[in-house]
Ligand binder design. Sequence first.
Ligand code: FES
Ligand code: FES
Length: 365
Amino acid sequence: MDASPADALSPGTLAPDFALPQTSPGAPARLSGLRGQPVVLAFSPQDWDPSRAESLVHTRRLLSGAGFGGELLGLTRDGLWCQAAFADGPLAFPLLSQTDLNGGAAQAFGVAGRQALFLLDGDGIIQWRSVAAPGQKFRAEELVAGLSALAPAAETAQPGLSRREFLAAALGAALVLSLPGSPARAADSLTAPVGTNTLRPPVSTGTMPVTLNVNGTDYALQIEPRVSLLDAVRERIGLTGSKKGCDHGQCGACTMHADGKRINSCLALAVAYQGKKITTVEGLAAPDGTLTPVQAAFIQHDGFQCGFCTSGQIMSATSLLTEPVGPEDSDVREAMSGNLCRCGAYNGIVAAVQDARKGNSNASV
Ligand code: FES
Ligand code: FES
């Protein structure tokens, strides 16, 4: 018989011990043998196989949507261990898949018949959990929302979850959502501007309503939680000024502003940007077409050639005006280093940024 929601073990509870499969000689025989590091315990009907997993980009987006800004370079799994390579160092933690949803472990954790995700700390205490409704799969938006609530622990010394624990929880969530057939992989859905009729009914599974405020206008979308902010704005809303260069957070072509701060929108989950003011390059100029000083300076200084990177360069440069950046050209180059230009128009770009900073550009161009 399926467990009721009230049966699931709560955070703060010592996790019950159970026997582990022997994946290699010398591997711990029981859960308690893994003390000393965070452990992710996933009750899911399918085990995670890196060779079948959703792309690294998908996992990165989930991490980004959960508020973690570190760069994930790679993921592997070896027996019980999940190994993640981040730009600032590796992270390894046990990821235990329990595919028997009615087995002894599921019974002991009070989640029989349900998909569930638990994060245990180094003392074996449950620090976080997410439990799906009986007979249902994980709801991606609930996982993202739950992780977002924990996210400050990744950047601060907040009591409770350590950065390592938070990362393990986020990766565990990303991995269960990467399983074949998960809601995060469901078909794409529809878009409807606020205040207009929807032409077709929304796809019934895997999507959720999201309202994005872009350049001062609210757009009501029905999208999967995995959809990036870049794709939502380009493909659903139809504002194509922001470009998709690498889709990996490496080129800056997709740069937008969220509440005035520049972000790589290819790594941002649209669902995480509800309630924020999104600005794209289309939203910079005045309604009468008057360019901003940065836009005008790019024209004056030929800060582009083919123009593909230019919207991202302009969005970064506009944000740079309000950031603590030193006065030298080298300071500008450093601050703009996340925006690549294959045409090599860097001299013009730096000159344009410096001119705009000094207020020398002619905004009436
Ligand atoms: S497309 Fe986003 S950083 Fe390249
Ligand atoms: S102007 Fe061509 S990539 Fe920058």
